[in-house]
Design a protein. Sequence first.
Length: 112
Amino acid sequence: MLLHVVPLADWSAAPDAPYAPASLAAEGFVHCSPDEAAALAIADTRYRDVPGPLLVLVIDEERLTGEVRREGGSGGTLFPHVYGPIERDAVTSVLEVRRDTDGRARELTPRV
């Protein structure tokens, strides 16, 4: 499974189309995380000041049509990059990032 951090507003913007964040057009791929700890770190560092609910998509790699490459990041961690949009049926569940009063990402919980 791959994890992708996304603000609720972005995920909800075009619910009938495959999800294609700005990074797909700008960089050619969708950034993903290999595990929960990495997803929380991304949420905390890159999305701390983003208002509103923050989600983590749980993606079944086998259901994607785009190529997935694991490429280097900081500290030697390999991050999955999806070279194509995320088909909505590849998303097996959606989690919500729970933040503390300072906006720091603390845990992932099932989205109700």
